[in-house]
Design a protein around this ligand. Structure first.
Ligand code: HEM
Length: 459
């Protein structure tokens, strides 16, 4: 918990950052700042209405979002290491490139800017890498030239996308179509301002999912036993006799619902990867007598996630089985189609629940059983439910990406050693999950028996 300057509020800070980072003009800023802290008490205004729309959309439209992503992702997998080849790739770069493009396409449709011009993917991560300095360094066009120009190319591409009504094309998510209708129609921002602001959506959508997928895959590849067990779980979700693809290749169908509900070790490894790598702080300011107006609250996930009194003596190391008591339990309860919430409370080996201890996706519904959860209950009362609305979608994305790579491919190190996860680049002020500091060069080949398959995913 910390005390912020009395006159600041969370949204005030966010809005100032948005002006600098997304280049909003004065007219847009007036619209954005209107009722941003709910001064009128009716939750009107672009920030609050967009927030509420998205929390609804990620629940109501989750099937459509999941299906979009799976359709966009499989072509990237089916083009990797064609039968008989050993394809050399830089694992982080390969994953970042293909995952970002597929993710953008699942939201922005068949004519997503990154699909039409894949070099924008590199621009996006160049921009992301310098987002802190872009917010704070004066004259960024001079002192941060490369990142500034990358951002400009993204601004221009998203503006063209909007001006040519590409968001209206079939295959574009309703989520993005509604964002466009609200921003352009209801709130009257220009097409350019809407387009520039959409980079914030791109941030939410890819900056955490892509590195989490990378680290999860890395942890699995680095441990032969874990790899074999996770692969066996995934294999049980694959139907290799699922029909013909129409060509010469056999069709292999991965059932992603089964993956999410019936693979406790894979799900535990994912949560453990999030515990270690997704440790963003959650900041809020008070609005009522419970927390003095203007006082700041910071939920320090990077401290809580390594607290030995919750996680045990091995809190500092990756333990793929740590969440098994949680994921085994939800497997039993979720027999069939219901997916347990990935942000659910951590249950330790003795069956004890630690509410509020696992915070990778932010706040949420809590039982106030300890100090942290009391603080979070206060936050929930102040701000509504602030758990990440995209978490179910993120889970589908990460698990389908990693599962297909584990089930269908072998990764060899050029010197025949066992794969070792590269060191992390360390955390940055604004960005979430850390990225690798150096890339991991590997040779990819198709798994024996799967050389000729065409992968398909279904929910
Ligand atoms: C591993 C992946 C992800 C992690 C760790 C993550 C984590 C978070 C966290 C910690 C917050 C802030 C919660 C708060 O303090 O209020 C957040 C907010 C948000 N996330 Fe995620 N997220 C992930 C993936 C996604 C994806 C894939 C999407 C959408 C496609 C998404 C959309 C959002 C949005 C829109 C918000 C802001 C919600 C608001 O208006 O308050 N996230 N996320």
């Amino acid at each position: 918990m910390h005390k912020a300057h009395k006159t600041l509020s969370f949204n005030t800070l966010v809005v100032q950052a948005m002006r600098a980072i997304f280049g909003f003009d004065e007219a847009s800023m007036q619209v954005i700042e209107d009722n941003m802290n709910n001064e009128r008490g009716d939750r009107s205004g672009i920030l609050l209405e967009m927030h509420d729309m998205m929390f609804g959309a990620f629940v109501q439209q989750i099937d459509e979002l999941n299906a979009n992503f799976l359709e966009c992702w499989t072509p990237h997998i089916n083009a990797l290491a064609p039968a008989g080849s050993h394809e050399p790739i830089s694992l982080w770069y390969w994953l970042r490139h293909h995952f970002s493009i597929a993710s953008a396409a699942s939201l922005y449709g068949p004519e997503s800017p990154l699909t039409l011009n894949p070099s924008l993917e590199n621009d996006f991560w160049l921009f992301e890498n310098r987002i802190g300095p872009l917010f704070s360094v004066p004259y960024p066009s001079v002192f941060l030239r490369k990142a500034y120009q990358a951002r400009q190319r993204l601004f221009d591409a998203f503006t063209e996308y909007t001006e040519l009504d590409r968001y209206k094309l079939p295959g574009t998510s309703r989520l993005i179509q509604t964002r466009a209708e609200m921003t352009l129609g209801q709130f009257g921002l220009t097409e350019r301002m809407f387009a520039q602001g959409e980079l914030s959506m791109m941030f939410a959508a890819v900056v955490n999912t892509v590195p989490v997928a990378f680290w999860l895959l890395s942890y699995i590849l680095a441990d032969r036993e874990l790899h074999a067990e996770v692969r066996a779980e995934i294999d049980r979700c694959v139907d290799i006799a699922g029909g013909e693809s129409g060509g010469t290749r056999r069709r292999c169908v991965l059932n992603v619902t089964k993956l999410k509900t019936q693979s406790p070790l894979f799900n535990s490894a994912l949560r453990e990867t999030l515990r270690i790598t997704a440790t963003m702080n959650i900041n809020r300011t008070g609005e009522t007598f419970l927390v003095k107006k203007g006082s700041g609250l910071a939920i320090a996930a990077n401290v809580m996630h390594f607290d030995k009194s919750v996680w045990g003596d091995d809190a500092d190391v990756f333990n793929a089985r740590r969440f098994l008591p949680t994921t085994e339990k939800s497997k039993g309860e979720g027999e069939g189609s219901r997916t347990a919430d990935i942000a659910a409370t951590f249950r330790d080996a003795k069956g004890k629940l630690h509410s509020g201890a696992f915070r990778s996706f932010g706040g949420g519904t809590l039982r106030p059983s300890n100090f942290y959860s009391c603080v979070l209950v206060v936050l929930t009362m102040l701000q509504g439910n602030n758990v990440c609305p995209g978490r179910q979608f993120a889970q589908t994305e990460i698990q389908s990406v990693v599962a297909l790579l584990v089930a269908g491919f072998e990764f060899d190190m050029p010197d025949d050693t066992t794969y070792k996860p590269p060191p992390s680049e360390g955390s940055k002020m604004i960005a979430g999950v850390s990225k690798p500091g150096v890339d991991a060069d590997v040779h990819v080949r198709r798994r024996k028996g799967y050389e000729d398959v065409e992968w398909v995913c279904e929910m």
